[in-house]
Design a protein around this ligand. Structure first.
Ligand SMILES: C[S@@+](CC[C@H](N)C(=O)[O-])C[C@H]1O[C@@H](n2cnc3c(N)ncnc32)[C@H](O)[C@@H]1O
Length: 315
């Protein structure tokens, strides 16, 4: 079972009140959504989005026959948040939650072919759509492209060596399963500090298959545009690449000058769209880590929307 990470911290950070409208852009097991529903009550509205139909179906079952907020559940990519709300005839919302990554049950389920802990056909697509699977990348991408994603998304120092081994092996036979790939990566490498040497390459492949960093960038831009003035965006991330992206995005939208240092005067006329609420990311408590060691890399960042006077008047 997936344990929701930073549950209380995320929901508390949103200042939810009865009657508010909230988007949970990564519904998953619905832990954040359930607590949000308690806060916004019967007059509130929750929109739950997930790429994975299983998450939608399970949450539907969970809330069946329960009294509470108005709930809309949508199977889609969160990059489409603006269109999703438009289709539901909702103009602006009071809060958006994104708890990035995967659920434990996705990682452990053979169907997703995500982890070297489970022997399964290499897949890794969260939404099961499109043709870009881990199998496709590993068996057909050029060696240089493999090196690039292992370096960039996995921060894997042996990227070159591992990519070379993969390309040599696939000349003999296609690499079909998670365990086959693990064996090629691990080779004679030793476990580093109890961590399987295949961890970083598998992370890199999951990011590449699901276009995660590009999606996150688009999502952040879209999400702040659907927020009411003083509406809040909370993002929980699980690796440094995502966290860096969120931090930089928040900073770039706080209205500080982003002109090159060489310019004597500011010409960028930055618009202040956000106020950062968490100067440092919120991390799980010792207590949470004891119960759920998987939460150790989680970081929560929160920002509040600021609409310019002109935009406020448009509402
Ligand atoms: C860490 S889980 C969320 C857990 C949830 N907060 C809970 O309390 O159980 C992340 C979820 O986001 C979904 N997801 C990942 N990328 C997505 C995207 N681009 N669009 C929509 N859903 C996405 C995954 O399928 C997964 O169910």
């Amino acid at each position: 079972m997936h344990k929701t990470v930073l549950l209380g911290e995320t929901i508390d950070s949103l200042n939810l009140k009865p009657g508010m409208t909230v988007v949970d852009a990564t519904l998953g097991g619905g832990g954040h959504s359930e607590l949000a529903i308690q806060k916004i009550g019967e007059k509130g509205t929750l929109i739950g989005i997930d790429l994975d139909q299983t998450a939608i179906d399970e949450f539907k079952k969970k809330i069946k026959n329960k009294k509470g907020s108005k709930v809309y559940l949508v199977k889609d990519n969160f990059i489409n948040i603006r269109q999703i709300l438009k289709d539901l005839k909702i103009d602006k919302v009071d809060a958006v939650i994104a708890d990035l990554g995967w659920r434990l049950d996705q990682v452990k389920n053979k169907e997703y072919g995500m982890s070297f802990q489970v022997d399964a056909p290499l897949d890794m697509r969260l939404g099961k759509e499109g043709t870009r699977t881990a199998y496709h990348i590993v068996n057909s991408w050029k060696e240089d492209s493999l090196v690039e994603i292992f370096f960039k998304y996995g921060e894997e120092r042996s990227a070159r060596k591992i990519a070379k081994r993969i390309v040599e092996r696939r000349k003999e036979k296609e690499i079909e399963t998670t365990k086959e790939l693990e064996a090629i990566i691990v080779g004679n490498s030793k476990t580093r500090r109890g961590i399987n040497p295949a961890t970083k390459v598998f992370q890199a492949l999951r990011i590449a298959v699901n276009n995660e960093l590009e999606n996150l960038e688009v999502f952040l831009k879209e999400a702040i545009d659907v927020l009411n003035n003083k509406g809040r965006l909370a993002v929980v991330s699980f690796h440094s690449l995502e966290d860096r992206l969120v931090k930089q995005f928040f900073r770039a939208n706080t209205g500080g000058c982003i002109c090159p240092k060489e310019l004597p005067v500011c010409v960028c006329e930055p618009e202040k769209k956000l106020e950062v609420i968490t100067r440092k990311p919120i991390r799980p408590s010792e207590e949470e880590l004891k119960e759920n060691p998987r939460a150790r890399s989680a970081k929560l960042r929160v920002a509040e929307r600021r609409l310019s006077l002109e935009n406020k008047n448009k509402k």
